[in-house]
Design a protein around this ligand. Structure first.
Ligand SMILES: [Zn+2]
Length: 372
């Protein structure tokens, strides 16, 4: 590791409560969202782009039964010192755009379907995807949490569509919205739902009501944790979260807000109970693990990089909160992507339980409780 990386990891891990126990939390975003549809035409459009695709445009697609089975089969093979399996916090996007209805209304209104309907629409098997997920929840291996009602900034998207933006319309016709994020590592894309100065607190609340209703319908419980799309969520809205049962906000070192002029504001986050805004606990991920990137960079360094981040966090007695997106574990576009992700997750977990025999696998909700 170079000095710059060491300094960044120190800065990330120095603050916050230290623990005697070595806690491991795994957080994974985007489950339930379609992102790139599994049809050749959509993929052709993306691949024809002159720009370099990100892992999300190349491999991220709706999770299917086999993806869940392979992931669950892997997780049950590991145990911590107390006999507990790793808990995979799966953050669900609880809806997807209804493209037909949006078109019927000439792009003037946003319509969405709950994610369990999306599963029903695309699942090839008799067994519903949701049933497999619920079995994982029952076994304590999956912890479902909330990642928003949809993963598209519908206010900005409908504006581009109704004004006749040719690229937006071409992507729409292939059931995609991600035209503006190609070759952009910037967070300000159509994926960032709450990156808009046009939201009133009442509209935010109404979206939460809808999305969380779909969540409850699917899992029979309320979420206890929320991760905003692309980390955009104005701090003044945090006071809404306890009304929906949400006790913690997941995210990275920085959170983002949009000001009234549509400018971006960045603020530092720490693992703590955020008493200023509400009783909500802020949780900061300190280990980035996206092995799909190895397929793009061919550096094959995702596991080593995760190990370096873990060693630093544990050296400072901090819980490790692993950030690992769904994209790494889905094979609907390319099965090699799922094989690669599962194999590297296995490698990382094997190393963890061997190197740190005392580790404790806990859920995001359990971690949040330690800060209250
Ligand atoms: Zn996301």
């Amino acid at each position: 590791m170079n000095l710059k990386r060491i300094a960044a990891l120190l800065d990330l891990n120095l603050r916050g409560k230290a623990f005697k126990e070595q806690f491991v939390i795994i957080q994974s975003d985007d489950w339930g969202s379609i992102r790139v549809p599994q049809n050749k035409e959509a993929q052709k459009i993306l691949n024809n782009s002159s720009k370099q695709l990100s892992i999300f445009q190349k491999y991220d697609t709706l999770d299917c039964n086999e993806d869940w089975r392979v992931l669950l089969d892997l997780l049950v093979t590991f145990k911590d010192s107390t006999g507990k399996h790793p808990v995979f916090t799966s953050n669900f996007v609880t809806g997807n755009p209804n493209f037909e209805k949006i078109k019927e209304h000439q792009f003037t209104q946003f319509f969405w379907d709950p994610f369990y309907s999306t599963y029903e629409q695309f699942n090839q098997e008799k067994l519903n995807t949701l049933e497999i997920i619920n079995q994982g929840i029952f076994k304590g291996i999956i912890e479902p949490q909330y990642h928003g009602r949809q993963h598209v900034n519908h206010k900005k998207w409908l504006k581009s569509l109704s004004s006749g933006n040719a690229t937006a319309l071409e992507f729409f016709n292939h059931h995609m919205w991600i035209y503006d994020s190609i070759n952009s590592n910037g967070l300000r894309s159509l994926n960032a739902v709450f990156d808009s100065c046009e939201y009133t607190i009442e509209e935010v609340e109404s979206e939460f009501k809808d999305g969380i209703c779909a969540f409850k319908q699917a899992f029979g419980q309320l979420p206890q944790s929320f991760i905003p799309n692309n980390y955009f969520f104005n701090r003044e809205w945090h006071s809404l979260l306890p009304n929906f049962g949400i006790k913690s906000v997941q995210g990275m070192k920085y959170g983002f807000e949009t000001n009234e002029l549509d400018g971006m504001l960045k603020y530092r986050r720490f693992n703590k109970n955020d008493k200023q805004n509400s009783s909500v606990v802020q949780l900061v991920r300190n280990v980035v693990f996206d092995p799909s990137s190895d397929l793009m960079t061919h550096n094959n360094d995702s596991v080593q990089w995760a190990k370096d981040q873990i060693l630093m966090a544990f050296a400072l007695n901090k819980p490790i909160i692993i950030d690992t997106h769904r994209v790494n574990y889905v094979g609907g576009i390319d099965v090699n992507n799922r094989n690669n992700g599962i194999q590297k997750l296995s490698e990382l977990l094997q190393w963890l339980v061997k190197k740190f025999p005392e580790i404790r696998f806990i859920s995001t909700a359990e971690l949040a409780n330690l800060y209250t």
